[in-house]
Design a protein. Sequence first.
Lengths: 591, 238
Amino acid sequence: MAHARPKADVVVIGLGWSGSVIAEELARAGLKVVAIERGAWRDTASDFPPSVDTDELRWATRKEILQPPKLETYTFRNNASQQALPVREWSNLTLGYNVGGAGTHWAAASWRFNPFDFQPYSKTIERYGKGQLVPGLQVQDWGITYDELEPFYDRFERIAGTSGQAGVVNGDIIPGGNPFEGSRSRGYPTPPLVPSRWNDIFTEKTTEMGYHPFPVPAGTISRAYVNALGVHMGPCTYCGYCQLFGCGNWSKSSPNACVVPALMRQPTFEVMTETEVLHINKSADGKTATGVSFIGKDGVVGEQPADIVIVAAYQLDNVRLMLLSGIGQPYDPRTKQGVIGRNYSFQTLSYAYLWFENEYLNPFINTGCLAIQIDDFNADNFDHTGLGFIGGAGIQSLSNNGLPIGMAGVLPKQAPAWGKGWKKAFQHSYQNWAMIQGQGTSYAHEAMYFDLDPTYKDNYGRPLMRMTFDYNLNDKRSGEFIRKQCEAIAHAVGGTQVESYNFANDHYTPFRANDSSHTIGGVVMGTDPKTSALNRYQQSWDVHNVFVLGASSFPNNGGFNPTVTLGALALWTAKAIREQYLHNPGPLVQA
Amino acid sequence: MNRRDALISLVQLTALSVAGSAGASVISARTPMPVGTQPEALPKPPRKGGLAYLAADEAREVAAIYDRLIPQDELGMSASQAGCVEFIDRELAGAFGQAASVYRLGPIVPGTAEQGPQFTQTPAERYRSGLGALAGYCQAHYGKPFSALDGDTQDSLLRAMENGTLHLPAINAAAFFALLLQNVREGYLADPMYGGNRDMVGWKLIGFPGARYDYRPYLDKKGMALNLEPVSLLDGAG
């Protein structure tokens, strides 16, 4: 007999960024909130002080901070004619496994999406017509606009302490910022970071080329800050132990540093750690959820009843939980019917790697997101007429990489990989290598999707999720266009050796070095229950007391990192629950 | 009871008191939380002393291979001189070697290159079978172990493994080479507390300052050699 816990008003699955900010909002409103987190309790002082944190082998190489694939992974194939096989060890994906989720170990690039990214369908039709979309592309509006989300972006930045230079405030363009960004109601809470030598070189040359360089907004914050929840953060020390590390400094925005200290003081909140949600339970008529079933680390199964279920795990886990719980119709690529597993998109990366002759870039002085970017080729900021694709990329000089094991293989193609020649080449390359990254948009395609794997199981005998994915024609074209821009800048800044790559030229693989970790979609928000699983409030069209938060809600990916957008959407949903749903539980949008 | 034991017992008590009620650890504003860094979070330097996983002849062959991959020269000591054999021995005996975090449920079938590693063996087992296969090949073709071959022959064998032209029975030679290369770099460049990177030789090679945590004093010193002495995470390591 499963152990039944006392009923909660709200159960939150996963205590990362989305889960912690919505739990804080709802507990502060007086609701009894229970969060269930698969990983263990983690806090800055106990678990990643500087005397623990600065260890590349443990955290970046062995990836000790991630959810072990042994516990749960997914299977992968490039197309539906192949047999999917399990991803047995992690390469580029970075699933969280602790209180704080992936928000503990993220690189902290703290972007708002471009207004185009929320309305890619209507804005493309308006400017170019349907002929701009390649066959099979699933492009659709989100049901929310940038302007509607702006107050929630602002709030999230005030929780995170984000450092940056505003480019557009109340419609006015501010010098030094991003002139292509959506208009902000005010500037960032903290000023931009001190740029690296490589950032400076990039700024100078791209300005000469007529582009508009600006500092990438950063969650490695530039000075001490007391956030909107009253939590004190410290200034970043540029130590370079960011991505795949916890921050021992209270200077990287994270649920642990920014939200959990306030959340844990809410008397109506509690978190069950090292406890995994098995599935969401539904009422007899299937119209509402009654709570969740979970299993503790001791193997005891229990039930947490709740009036509202918030699904806030990692994107992949959100999709799988919906499939395992039978909420929403699974997507079928043959009939194009169904919504769960539909609209999977990734991120289309292009690079120029370049080597200077005789620099001291001192790459160990960095943060996970110390970068200068141009958005001249992002979103719909340039004329796509005749180009045969939509979208683009943010193009940035990224100084995020100075750790030696990771750098040992970053050498020009013709350099020896071992022997005396490798030592000499590594010594030179370490101080002279730089990268220009094109972090591209990505749009879903009708042949690419998630479902449950017919063969491989997790430790409890339940099917793993199966990813069927390869780059589509839009990705290939936009990636190639961006590769050329990266390459041109690499030559302009004086790289004596330049190598450039469009990842979408090859088949997708989860094992490509320097690839994105941003998996997107699968339970998307939208305006039409036939093409989206959730309405504009991230509320299930089918089961109205289930809300699904995270990058799983995005119908497409922007040329940006996704975290701040999913944080803002969590706050937007929290407000809708507080101010609308609690008064009148039911669908917030009529289908 | 010393302080460490007291901390551990407090953790266990906290866990027990909630496990009894729900099969889970429940933490709220009323939960007394243990103070200080928990034992499992602390750095875990491997033990000193003799070999933990490799046999003596395996360790000798690993040293010979590693020293071709990272040889001694005017830029610094070789991999084995830097402790990389001790490093990998401890790694193979530990979580990495035992594939503790790897998804290992079957069926295990070879897939496309894009689908990534589908090994039936753990890294520790791959070392054993890979070294065995290489030893067999060297004995059959040269009548002696790899470690007794001259440097040029060793290099040409390693190059053939690397580019997939050397076929060894029952193992993927190119994948084994990739594992060796990755591990020797790890040993040479990880914090010296793990047994390699002696005197921080790997860090000095490239000018990496190690486990430093604050570069604010150097933010305005752009484009110049900083010549910072590297430091280890543990005092006295290396």
